[in-house]
Design a protein around this ligand. Structure first.
Ligand code: MN3
Length: 197
């Protein structure tokens, strides 16, 4: 299979004022697209056969290097776009609400741990809500790494590379992460991932 740049699940201005159309014009149309183009170049002649993006990530992880970095970034960004929605965030709804309380003590505590995870990822990377061994946990990953390759199930992700927030928040990564949890987090997507796990 070939990598593709997926259409965003909302208009580029739908997450304003929290994430601007200008951010999407770089982050989706340029950064994500560059991973698609480079990834396809590197996949050509690699001999990798996969039917889904998830299978492709796992196969690319065995090769590593630039091939994994570009394929991993395609998966991570696609997951990130789906992890947000207009008027998202705030206390969880659906089946995940009770699980957040059970595994983090409370929604407030989940928010504290998710923001701390994103702030604590030194340099470029990602902060994840994952299901690991039947429990919801916070996970961090550097650069293009993803918990998919270590057996955990991704539930939600936030991009903490500077390109994700610099135009809207400059250097204020903690404010960006708090805004993601308060205003953007797509609990419907989280519930769908939990149901599949
Ligand atoms: Mn990014």
């Amino acid at each position: 299979m070939k990598l593709e740049l997926p259409a965003l699940p909302y208009a580029t201005n739908a997450l304003e004022p929290h994430m601007s159309a200008q951010t999407f014009s770089f982050h989706h149309a340029k950064h994500h697209n560059a991973y698609v183009v480079k990834g396809n170049e590197l996949l050509e002649g690699s001999g990798i056969v996969a039917n889904t993006l998830e299978e492709l990530v796992k196969a690319a992880a065995k090769v590593g290097g630039a091939l994994f970095n570009n394929v991993g970034q395609c998966y991570n960004h696609e997951f990130f776009w789906k992890s947000m929605k207009p008027n998202g965030g705030g206390a969880p709804t659906g089946a995940i609400a009770a699980k957040i309380d059970a595994d983090f003590g409370s929604y407030d505590n989940f928010k504290k741990e998710f923001v701390a995870g994103g702030v604590g990822q030194f340099g470029s990377g990602w902060v994840w809500l994952v299901l690991d061994g039947g429990k919801l946990k916070i996970a961090k990953s550097a650069n293009a790494e993803t918990p998919l390759t270590s057996g955990a199930t991704p539930i939600i992700v936030c991009d903490v590379w500077e390109h994700a927030y610099y135009l809207d928040f400059q250097n204020r990564r903690p404010d960006f992460l708090a805004c993601f949890v308060d205003n953007l987090l797509n609990w419907d997507f989280a519930n769908a991932n939990l149901a599949k796990a």
